[in-house]
Design a protein around this ligand. Structure first.
Ligand code: GCU
Length: 634
């Protein structure tokens, strides 16, 4: 018997922690109303990896809580002390004192697993566990006079409750974006107890909703960092190069002395500029691009050390400078025509039992196959924000990036609270990645069937992301409409959302799903808006690595290779084509793929097997991209 009052307090709690600047929900009468000013998380701690602090990775103890007793037994229905796993109690010590207290958990003596990483891969009995698990990590961090302390979580899938020494520090919803909680007043001398309730379950109001074509991956899937700052500190700084040849941006201070502070930004040894913060601690930055500034390109991914100083604090960032724009059906990088030689990628490391533990070597191994194996210059990071490690490596290695949040297939379109979640996820993503030159496209959705509420929802997201970041392009992976003209099949985009997009993108599986033969596929015609660039954001066919047969049937490597040849021939006849991101670089886990011979829980559309074995189609795409790259332009 759940206590309704409690339910209300949870929702209120969410709004405070993850939305911070929440506005009143608009009435649902005519679907979501126009979006208010972009939401901004209370703290960003931009470039946290370069800040004073320590990673809390390692062995964390855990306690399963399938019936959520650790959360629900607040009103003493069941003696709360027995179940509330976040309590700050040394149970073993109390038992040594005669065990008068009675507990049905003990995270000090519980089993442990390596964090970050998803529990589904860490413990065999948790392979298909979908629910709540409590984690504990002890650390020594005595309070420091004049300093503030924060915990920054890069990602907890899907909901998180954070307690320090038994006191709540914050909560968050969203499995792929960072959040920061302040713990300055919660720390103590000696050993501190950090307890995190991680809940992987999704529902009709979550983003994404429960059914996707990727695996569960519950838990603390990315690093947790304890960060120290001065009382007044630089929370965020951003810069970008405009097509007008000027570098603009801002510095944001937080703290008692954030106003009227001189903020100085230096771009390597090329230039430096200063500005004074306003009453909100914000300083606007604007300078002409230095003559010697090298524009970032995939071939020459020049990054500069950017140093920001203000109020005695220092923020270090590594940034590249480039412009991205459209001109009719053309994509322009630094004013030059660009063709995106890409591939799609899920956040899943190589190996037979991935834990979504994307370390730098693992991310580099994947991106290296795109850049040097496929001769690619672009990657679609699907269907959610990937780890910051991957984004920073794309910057460093020279791979352009499509970034999206998991508004995938369907969400509760007409629900204002769900829209606010999507807008908050966008904000968390943009604030985290807007200093990455590699990121050129923000996508607002994937394969969502056209309807009024859906289009209004996406339109609000497009407006939001433009308000958050007017320097990048907006897109979405749209569904194709199949028509017949003169007895021939014609593929077309019939979607009112196109008016909101700078770059159109479509997913097509003709030749794999459905009856089209590969010969028919090569001859398929496309009716496309002529005034905008188009990306083929997905196409693909399953192949089990090593499976070959004389008749080149489906699931063989030969069929996949033939399918790529036919689709690339078709793509070559699409007049506004500006890029490709076939589905997908590597086989990935999906509970929707249970063919006992060819799939066994893996989507086999990878050009690489899960362990990195190249399939025949890998060579087909690599040859196509090598020829494209030799044709000049970016
Ligand atoms: C869809 C979807 C992917 C999915 C793919 C497939 O287009 O966007 O997430 O994995 O098709 O069917 O393999």
């Amino acid at each position: 018997m759940k206590n309704p009052a409690f339910q209300v307090s949870i929702l209120a709690g969410w709004a405070i922690a993850c939305l911070c600047a929440a506005q009143e929900a608009p009435s649902p009468a005519s679907g979501p109303a126009p979006v208010p000013a972009p939401l901004r998380p209370a703290f960003l701690l931009t470039a946290a990896v370069h800040r004073d602090g320590e990673e809390l990775s390692g062995r964390w103890t855990y306690s399963r809580d399938l019936y959520r007793t650790g959360l629900t037994d607040i009103n003493g229905w069941v003696a709360k002390s027995r179940m509330q796993r976040f309590r700050d109690i040394d149970i073993a010590a109390s038992e040594r004192r005669g065990g008068t207290d009675f507990f049905e958990f003990d995270l000090d003596r519980g089993p442990a697993m390596a964090i970050p990483g998803a529990w589904n891969a860490r413990e065999p009995e948790l392979r298909y566990y979908d629910g709540l698990i409590w984690f504990q990590r002890k650390f020594n961090a005595a309070p420091r006079p004049g300093r503030r302390a924060f915990l920054r979580f890069e990602a907890v899938n899907y909901r998180a409750w954070v307690y320090v020494n038994g006191k709540e520090a914050g909560r968050h919803e969203g499995g792929f974006t960072p959040f920061v909680v302040e713990v300055t007043n919660l720390l103590r001398e000696g050993e501190n107890r950090l307890t995190v309730g991680a809940d992987s379950s999704h529902d009709a109001k979550s983003i994404p909703t429960p059914i996707t074509d990727w695996d569960l991956y519950g838990g603390i899937t990315r690093p947790v960092r304890l960060v120290w700052t001065p009382a007044t500190f630089i929370d965020d700084a951003t810069l970008s190069l405009g097509t007008d040849g000027r570098i603009t941006g801002e510095v944001r201070l937080q703290g008692p002395h954030a106003a009227k502070q001189k903020a100085e930004i230096a771009i390597g040894t090329l230039a430096s500029v200063s500005a004074v913060t306003d009453k909100d601690g914000r300083a606007a930055i604007d300078l002409p691009a230095p003559g010697a500034l090298r524009r970032w390109t995939p071939d020459q991914p020049t990054l500069y050390d950017v140093r920001v100083t203000a109020a005695g604090d220092l923020l270090r960032e590594r940034m590249g400078f480039r412009t991205i724009a459209v001109r009719g059906k053309e994509l322009l990088l630094n004013g030059e025509p660009l063709f995106l030689r890409g591939i799609s990628l899920h956040e899943e490391e190589f190996g037979p039992n991935p834990a979504r533990d994307m370390t730098a070597p693992q991310a580099r191994a994947l991106l290296h196959e795109i850049k040097h194996g496929l001769h690619g210059n672009y990657v679609r990071l699907s269907h959610y924000p990937h780890s910051e490690t991957t984004l920073r490596l794309a910057d460093e290695m020279g791979l352009l990036v499509w970034s999206e949040i998991p508004v995938y297939w369907t969400v509760d379109w007409d629900n204002p609270a769900v829209l606010r979640k999507a807008l908050a996820m966008q904000a968390e993503t943009v604030y985290r990645d807007r200093n990455r030159a590699a990121v050129i496209l923000w996508s607002v959705g994937n394969e969502t069937p056209v309807s009024g509420p859906r289009t209004r929802f996406h339109a609000a997201m497009a407006d939001n992301v433009r308000a958050l970041d007017p320097t990048r392009l907006v897109s979405a992976a749209l569904l194709v409409e199949r028509r017949s003209a003169g007895g021939k099949a014609v593929m077309a985009i019939q979607d009112p959302l196109v008016d909101k997009l700078d770059v159109l993108a479509v997913n097509t599986y003709a030749g794999w799903y459905g009856a089209d033969t590969l010969d028919a596929l090569a001859g398929l015609d496309w009716q496309l808006p002529a005034d905008r660039p188009l990306v083929l954001s997905e196409f693909g066919a399953d192949a089990l690595a090593g499976y070959r047969s004389g008749d080149r049937r489906k699931f063989t490597e030969q069929y996949q290779a033939d399918y790529y040849r036919a689709t690339l021939a078709m793509a070559g006849r699409m007049p506004t084509l500006a890029g490709l991101s076939p589905w997908i670089l590597k086989d990935f886990r999906s509970p929707r793929r249970e063919h006992p011979v060819f799939q066994n829980g893996w989507n086999r559309k990878g050009l690489l097997s899960e362990t990195g074995v190249r399939k025949e189609a890998f060579g087909v795409l690599a040859d196509y991209y090598r020829r494209k790259a030799n044709q000049g332009g970016h």
